[in-house]
Design a protein. Structure first.
Ligand code: UD1
Ligand code: CA
Length: 471
């Protein structure tokens, strides 16, 4: 085997803990950063780094954790149950027992460390293999090490053991070098070491970290220096917020480097599963959530919040638009202050403007809903103009009904369309009309009372009202 051919290895990810410090009913590993659960970040990284198998130990909130992992990774993850939370060592024991013929090197990771770079995993495995070490691990130095296990080194500077924060003596507590919690362990050694663990510690648990002392007794432990910014473990809501903002900042920088115009690195929020093409522009305080796609030449201006939205080439999304589960067609324009609700499909060069709301509606090429309208359950053809203050009355209190506007229809301002109703091609609906019946092709629909002008009436009325006011 050539010296640099990558070693075969499998990942064991621990995700059975409750996470009481989160003070949340949700299992800790399901808390999200950038739209992805903590545990899914870790699994994705292990798979990207080249894990042959990926075992995830679940327990607390098992059904929810399993649902998340199966929906995202399918058969690429193997789920293992830890029946009781008896510590990280016990969790690894469960994985080894369930894992059958796990061989080669096993990379053990915690499901609450979401920012680990995949290259660090590869380096740790490769370096441990090359050194022939039973155990390789990563260390990091912190100015505020509270909560982390501390690295205890011997006189020659070799890692000797890890002592948990709660079990530290006063001297050990002063150690600034901590255990971020990544271990690359030879499978046969791990099996033997786990069998020797005892729960003699402050928490009465089986500590995975105790295998380090066992390895050090047999030979040198390999250690790699890591950067704590990549290795933060999430134990409480503050840690979660710190990890989320680190990740947010990195994503913004990555996008800018790839050729996306980023107005403000400090306030761009893009979830992990969104795609933004080079040549798109993203304004300040833009949030792209879920699985958005933004194509080249599209411009999303300040303050927009888009969730699962596809923004096609050269579309303009003007400030403070909120949209979900929708498509904005090529060269279309939306906003300012528009609200696209799910299943809105805007055709090329169409427009939805100021304070308009849409839902479950297709808008054909070049059609416009420019001002203060509600358009729901609509099928709208091409070149349709919908005037200011138009309402699609789609709900009768029991059911939703559909409104169809065929190509070239013109709807005057302040119109109500009482669904189900169809306005045929080229028809015209006069301003202020309440449409209750279908309108034939090229017809005019008008429903309003005749206007009457009474000469001088206003002046007489005013005089009368003033007289009344005097004592
Ligand atoms: C652990 C390490 C500590 C290290 C820190 C890094 C141990 C004993 N301590 O402490 O040295 O500095 O991580 O972040 O390993 N889990 C299970 N089953 C259990 C207990 C925990 O699956 O019975 C899982 C949890 O879901 C979590 C991970 O293991 O994802 C770590 O558990 P946690 O309780 O957060 O350990 P720390 O106290 O942070
Ligand atoms: Ca932790």
């Amino acid at each position: 085997m050539p010296p640099h051919s990558p070693a075969t290895w499998s990942a064991i990810i621990l995700a059975a803990g409750e996470g009481t410090r989160m003070k949340s009913s949700r299992p800790k590993v399901l808390h999200e950063i950038a739209g992805r659960a903590l545990v899914s970040w870790v699994v994705q990284t292990a798979l990207d780094a080249g894990a042959a198998r990926c075992l995830v130990v679940v327990g607390h909130g098992r059904d929810d954790v399993e649902r998340e992992l199966v929906s995202r990774f399918g058969e690429r993850v193997e789920l293992v149950l830890q029946p009781e939370r008896r510590g990280t060592g016990d969790a690894v024991r469960c994985a080894i027992e369930a894992g059958g013929s796990l061989e080669g090197r096993l990379l053990v990771l915690y499901g609450d460390c979401p920012l680990i770079p995949r290259q660090l995993l590869r380096d740790l495995v490769d370096r441990s293999e090359q050194a022939g070490a039973d155990l390789g691990l990563v260390t990091a130095t912190l100015t505020e090490p509270s909560g982390y296990g501390r690295m205890v080194r011997n006189g020659e500077g070799h890692v000797q053991r890890i002592v948990e924060h709660r079990d530290c003596s006063a001297d050990e507590r002063a150690i600034l070098e901590v255990n971020p919690g990544l271990y690359a362990v030879r499978a046969d050694f791990l099996r033997a070491a786990i069998a020797q663990l005892t729960p003699v510690n402050a928490q009465g648990q089986l500590y995975l970290t105790d295998i380090v002392e066992l390895a050090a007794k047999r030979g040198e432990v390999l250690d790699l220096e890591g950067d704590m910014a990549d290795l933060t473990g999430v134990n409480d809501q503050r840690d979660l917020a710190v990890a989320a903002s680190t990740r947010r900042r990195r994503m913004a920088e990555e996008l800018a480097r790839s050729g996306v115009g980023v107005a403000d690195l400090a306030t761009l929020y893009v979830d992990a599963d969104c795609k933004v093409e080079p040549g798109a522009m993203l304004g300040a305080n833009v949030h792209l959530r879920g699985q958005c796609v933004v194509r080249a030449g599209a411009h999303i201006d300040v303050g927009c919040v888009l969730t699962n939205v596809v923004v096609e080439k050269d579309a303009m999304v003007l400030p403070y638009t909120v949209a979900a589960d929708s498509t904005i067609g090529e060269g279309a324009q939306v906003g300012p202050f528009s609200h696209l609700r799910p299943q809105t499909e805007l055709g090329p060069r169409s427009k939805v403007g100021n304070f308009s709301e849409t839902k479950k509606t297709t808008l054909g090429a070049g059609s416009k809903v420019n001002h203060l309208s509600y358009v729901g359950d609509g099928i709208i053809g091409e070149g349709v103009n919908i005037g200011a203050g138009t309402i699609f009355c789609n709900y009768d209190g029991e059911q939703k009904h559909r409104t169809v506007l065929e190509d070239g229809v013109f709807i005057g301002s302040n119109t109500q369309l009482i669904a189900p109703v169809t306005i045929k091609k080229g028809a015209y609906v006069a301003s202020g009309t309440t449409v209750t019946r279908d309108v034939p092709e090229d017809a005019l629909a008008i429903s309003r009372s005749k206007q009457e002008n009474k000469d001088g009436y206003a002046a007489r009325l005013r005089a009368r009202l003033r007289r009344k006011k005097k004592p």
